[in-house]
Design a protein around this ligand. Structure first.
Ligand code: TRP
Length: 373
């Protein structure tokens, strides 16, 4: 009988890699859509290694003319990671540009992808339109899905927690993995996406209720907003335009205040702040019947959001005053990331036969070849 023992670190490992472009402050949409989930995954004990990447190189593909914006936001991003509960003892936080293996892998993977396939990537297509690139699209931008495949495969990630808009990138990564393994032999690991479970959290609308929360639309609640600003933003929220008098029946569908309550409110909040109701269903019923004013529901939501954001803001400010520590976290995380990515890069080089100085057979082979001729 044979017993096969798999060591930690080989292909049985469960490994997470995910990341964010450092292009702005973090908001409530990031928190419910991904940060909360990442903290849960990090603490689940289900994963052998967890990597969280600040994707500055990718951010430069459409911000190359404004590197200061990208550089300054690297620290913003890690401050919010730490404030939200990412634990550097469990998660390696690192900076993409400081892991050179990623650029080299990208270069080899580019051979495996056609230009027309890149143009067909739905997310890239949409972004090209949005940025008005037309024919003048920088090749670096068109290629960023290939570099994202390098990010994922360098760490042999099995699981990539992302939002729906990133699915085309994971799909392209799997195609690259398949091509690479077919041509050069089994080397790379094929990743699976992990989408957020909570449907509402996937696409938290902005305070205008029109679209997803996004910095460029100016409809965000930021994770370091003060209680005062949170109150102001909630008071300006879009509700039901036909709910004019308090006695009018109101609609909860498409009413941002209720959308947010669906995501954030727990029964305990009623005990603390609105004891006339037992739960959200009761509150909704009253609103639909008429006789419940917008101010009541807005004040209630504001209190809940202030409670949610306060601890994050406080930790954010704490870490902001302790940048030496934050820099150390980044340095150690990046060191670990380099170790891991270099192992993969060496395997890639060896399977491609470009490991000249590490391959004793190569010199022997060449000597034989040239002596025979
Ligand atoms: N494209 C991702 C975003 O815009 C960031 C990212 C870069 C990423 N490399 C990645 C996400 C690898 C997951 C895996 O948010």
């Amino acid at each position: 009988m044979y017993v096969i023992i798999f060591e930690k670190g080989d292909f049985m490992s469960k490994i997470i890699l995910t990341g964010d472009r450092p292009t702005g402050k973090m908001h409530l949409g990031h928190y419910v859509g991904s940060f909360k989930n990442r903290v849960r995954l990090q603490n689940s004990g289900e994963f052998d290694e967890v990597y969280l990447m600040i994707a500055d190189s990718q951010a430069l593909t459409d911000n190359f003319d404004n590197p200061k914006k990208v550089r300054d936001n690297v620290l913003e991003v890690i401050l919010f990671y730490l404030a939200c509960g990412i634990d550097p003892n469990k998660t390696n936080i690192f900076i993409q540009s400081q892991v050179p293996a990623l650029a080299e892998l990208t270069f080899y993977y580019m051979n495996l992808v056609t230009v027309s396939r890149l143009y067909r990537n739905p997310t890239v297509k949409q972004e090209i339109k949005l940025r008005g690139y037309d024919e003048s699209i920088p090749s670096g931008f068109l290629n960023y899905p290939v570099s994202q495949a390098a990010d994922i495969t360098a760490f042999k990630a099995t699981t990539v927690p992302v939002g729906e808009d990133q699915l085309p990138m994971i799909e392209q990564t799997r195609e690259i993995v398949n091509s690479f393994n077919r041509i050069y032999g089994e080397t790379l690991v094929s990743p699976k996406e992990l989408l957020p479970e909570n449907k509402l959290a996937k696409r938290l609308p902005g305070i205008d209720g029109k679209s997803k929360m996004s910095k460029s639309l100016g409809n965000c609640i930021y994770l370091d907003d003060s209680d005062e600003i949170i109150n102001k933003k909630v008071m300006s929220m879009y509700t039901d335009p036909n709910h004019i008098k308090v006695t009018d029946p109101g609609s909860v569908e498409g009413n941002v205040v209720f959308t947010y309550l669906d995501v954030f409110c727990e029964d305990g909040d009623f005990v603390n702040y609105l004891p006339d109701y037992k739960n959200l269903d009761e509150l909704k019923e009253h609103y639909k019947r008429g006789g419940l004013g917008d101010m009541v529901i807005k004040r209630f939501l504001a209190k809940i959001l202030c409670d949610e954001i306060r601890p994050i803001r406080e930790k954010y400010l704490e870490y902001k005053n302790n940048l030496d520590y934050v820099f150390d976290v980044l340095k150690v995380g990046t060191e670990n990331a380099n170790k891991k990515a270099n192992i993969t890069l060496n395997e890639v080089r060896s399977h491609m036969g470009i490991d000249y100085f590490d391959n004793e057979n190569f010199i022997k082979e060449m000597k034989e070849k040239f002596s025979n001729n």
